[in-house]
Design a protein around this ligand. Structure first.
Ligand SMILES: Cc1ncc(C[n+]2csc(CCOP(=O)(O)OP(=O)(O)O)c2C)c(N)n1
Length: 275
């Protein structure tokens, strides 16, 4: 099979994109478009729901149905779309500020509900678009425009959060590994129930330069060094794990999703009641 380019799913006339040189968003967008192509999805059956932010602009470039919503609320809109037409393939594209900070509550409940959606969170460790403020995933002690003396808060682990809340499929890769990212996104799109792919990605304008990674390549090297396959990471003992993060498929289960449970409940009601 020829290599997928994903071109069919991209708006050629909107490219090149507006993201900064060295930003990983283009890699994630390419991985998403290739995943669509390899799964042979019809563009008209896909809905990309975005929040606000740099990654939230991804729908500008996708030649699929799109809903550009408000910061932190993409999953609420995505839930509505999926509930009203379960045949649609719904992907929610969010930054870490969007998906795990202002939108953290929606993330928890989408996972708890096991809503059959795919969330793709690009975690660049800060609020990229608005000036590099810290988010809930900014590492402790990191420097941002709102933690100039270093971040006194601890970071959320988005994948652990999704696992604990009940997501069926959870994976993490970096935008320094585009092929793996494409494979994870494909798996997520095929998984029943709520699926989440976290793409750790460089913010080469805000986060990198404030944290001793002045050149885009510095952040890519850092991602490559710090992201470890689960098999390697799990062999390390705390505090050796400090500063590293686990990549690969982290959760893969097939608990019944919300739509299946809802339809079963409805059939029981139609058949005459609770029993
Ligand atoms: C309700 C609301 N609060 C705040 C904002 C301002 N705002 C726009 S983008 C953004 C940060 C985006 O950060 P993130 O979601 O991490 O995405 P990134 O830009 O890093 O890709 C903020 C705070 C907004 N648009 N709406």
């Amino acid at each position: 099979m020829a290599h997928a380019t994903g071109m069919k799913y991209l708006k050629q006339d909107a490219l090149p994109h507006m993201w900064c040189a060295g930003c990983g968003n283009g890699v994630v967008l390419g991985a998403l478009a290739r995943a669509f192509e390899e799964l042979d999805l019809a563009p008209e059956d896909i809905v990309a729901v975005t929040g606000i932010g740099c990654w939230g602009k991804a729908d500008d470039y996708l030649a699929v149905n799109a809903l550009h919503t408000t910061h932190g609320r993409a999953l609420a809109y995505a839930t509505g779309v999926k509930a009203s037409n379960p045949k649609l393939r719904v992907v929610a594209l969010m930054g870490d500020g969007d998906g795990a900070t202002i939108g953290g509550n929606h993330l928890i409940h989408s996972a708890r509900r096991n809503m059959p959606l795919t969330a793709i969170i690009v975690n660049n460790y800060n609020y990229g678009m608005t000036g590099g403020q810290f988010s809930a995933t900014t590492p402790a002690n990191a420097f941002t425009s709102t933690s100039v003396g270093s971040n006194p808060e601890r970071a959320f682990d988005i994948c652990e959060l999704a696992r604990a809340a009940g997501a069926n499929y959870v994976a993490r890769e970096t935008s320094a590994a585009g092929m793996k990212l494409k494979n994870r996104i494909k798996e997520a799109l095929e998984a029943p129930g709520f699926s989440l792919v976290e793409a750790i990605s460089p913010c080469t304008t805000q986060f990198g330069p404030k944290n001793n990674m002045r050149r885009p390549v510095d952040m890519f090297e850092w991602l490559k060094a710090k992201g470890l396959p689960a098999s390697k990471y799990d062999k390390m003992v705390h505090p050796e794990q400090e500063g590293f993060f686990k990549t690969g498929v982290l959760v893969n289960r097939d608990a019944p999703d919300f739509i299946t449970r809802y339809e079963a409940m409805r059939s029981r009601m139609q058949a005459g009641g609770r029993e």
